[in-house]
Design a protein around this ligand. Sequence first.
Ligand code: 13P
Length: 247
Amino acid sequence: MKKLIVGNWKMNGSLQTNADLVSDVVQGLPASLNCGVGVAVPAVYVAQVQALVQGSGVAVAAQDVSQHEKGAYTGETSASMLQDLGVRYTLVGHSERRQYHGETDAVVAAKAQAALAKGVTPIVCVGETLAEREAGQTEQVVKRQLAAVIHQVGHCISELVVAYEPVWAIGTGKTASPEQAQAVHAVLRAQLAAATEHAGRVPLLYGGSMNAANAVPLLSQADIDGGLVGGASLKAADFLQIIAAAN
Ligand code: 13P
């Protein structure tokens, strides 16, 4: 499978800095791009960034989507709206949404389903906290998180992207070792394989302090098909080195 590198800008950016960053990334892409590249941008900048990446092969992703179809949900963005703009992917269940916005496994599953129903590929984020890892619950937690989505989306499982993001590695500079990450990815792959014969088609991304220095060893693991990159995706040179490692 081709690798997939998605930058998650989180709540960062402005018209000016987006234009500078995307222009540097697009200009620095490998002449022959053999991996998928995407950027998950704040909803308010989706249209701007779509115009900026046009013709470059870089896909635009949203960072969240509502589980509701439409109506009185102030502040939310529906999957139809993302479809209307031609948005390719949306993150669902990022740990920051789970932690600060109370998103449960059931809500995350409903969001994944809402996105799939409109042809927007959900990038389902799962991952354990430090306390859960230290209590030996990593496998149990990520399996529970993924199971909720698998049960909800039925035969569409093979259309998902899954991102393993250990919460203790996000924005901390502490990366999971390639072996730690691979061990969890293998668990996720096996879980998908029990649910669909097309588990090999589901990209499993690693996220959590991925950077130019650790991208190569992480991306060379058997079940690591790409990266979900936070901080390093805000610096064109770093993001480009990660893309080069995946290419
Ligand atoms: P960092 O790469 O900044 O640790 O963020 C990871 C992440 O949360 C991507 O979604």
